[in-house]
Design a protein around this ligand. Structure first.
Ligand SMILES: O=C(CO)COP(=O)(O)O
Length: 135
């Protein structure tokens, strides 16, 4: 099954995420991608990747991604959140990161971690199915 991933970046991190996507374009082309609204728009414009755009983060996009994680519809999250600037929807950001831990979904919040994640032989492997908790 195709890897289902979410790509999200706060405003000061969007350039970094876009550069990271360009660097790993061949992997990204093998994934089903969802993104929050503005991030998704920038990805489409810059890379031509096919992206399902959800609402903008402050308008509920993070929560939409959280819902997909709770429903088992995402295999990984790449969330370049901004540690230096406060977000009006910080509770949504925390909730999204929390749900990744609740459901054991791999999440990368920095380009270094994201590099390690997508270059792992397990990333695109059909055999890699992280254990889902038995709630
Ligand atoms: O705010 C975000 C994540 O918390 C990202 O939202 P945008 O992609 O719409 O900028």
């Amino acid at each position: 099954m195709t890897k289902r991933i979410a790509l999200v970046a706060h405003d000061h991190k969007k350039t970094e995420l876009l550069a990271w996507i360009e660097k790993h374009l061949s992997v990204m082309q093998q994934c089903d991608i969802v993104a929050t609204g503005t991030t998704g728009q920038r990805i489409i414009e810059q890379t031509g990747l096919d992206v399902l755009r959800l609402k903008s983060g402050p308008l509920g996009g993070d929560q939409q991604i959280g819902a997909k994680i709770a429903e088992g519809e995402l295999d990984a999250l790449f969330f370049f959140w901004d540690p230096l600037n406060p977000a009006p929807h910080d509770p949504d950001v925390k909730a999204l990161l929390r749900l990744c831990s609740v459901w054991n979904v791999p999440v990368a919040c920095t380009s270094a971690t994201a590099d390690l994640m997508v270059t792992s032989p397990l990333f695109l492997s059909q055999d890699f199915k992280p254990q889902k908790p038995d709630y």
